[in-house]
Design a protein around this ligand. Sequence first.
Ligand code: AR6
Length: 197
Amino acid sequence: MLGGAGDESRFLVEFALSPSSVLKIQKGDITQWFIDGSSDAIVNAANERMLGGGGVDGAIHRAAGLELKEACYEVPEVQPGVRCPTGEARITLGFKLPASHVIHTVGPIYDADSDPESSLRNAHRNSLRVAKENNIQYIAFPAISCGVYRYPHEEAATIAISTVKEFGIDLKEVHFVLFSDDIYDIWVKKANELVGK
Ligand code: AR6
């Protein structure tokens, strides 16, 4: 790996998704993550307005600089105040980020969504689809909806990893870059169950 989100190898595990595709789970700050700066993308856990916010969204916008917000303004609204409906994904450049692109997706607000499982699955699946359409080979996800959107972490891990297992195999590497020890541990446990070593 050329880039990375930290050098603590005890916080990095790998699983084969196919002979040509790898799943990597690591602890770290996704704003630092990159592989080659040209065919890599980080996924942002955005909201439907797509103009920034708190959590990982705020961190990504701070690290990318104001050009990212300007690029988000350019994304057409599909209804007033909505650039990216829940479960969909949009792509921009990464500007000052080390990764070349940002794929903005919107996970479900767990208590407000009528079918949070489908929405979370769609957020992952559509992010992978947009990545493939834009020749992205390396992608890094945070734990979408696991912060202020309050998705239960074990269920979110199951959905995130099973969707990547099914739809991530056309990419060279799919990473999860996770901020906290407890979410990292849950993701590793679920990946062992669902993908195996
Ligand atoms: N790198 C990796 N993960 C991070 C980072 C980081 N730098 N910072 C936070 N996380 P959240 P959501 C983790 O709340 O639940 C925003 O205001 C964090 O610990 O960022 O999808 C948006 O604008 C947690 O595990 O996203 C939306 O309004 C995970 O990222 C709303 O929050 C996701 O937490 C989206 O809520």
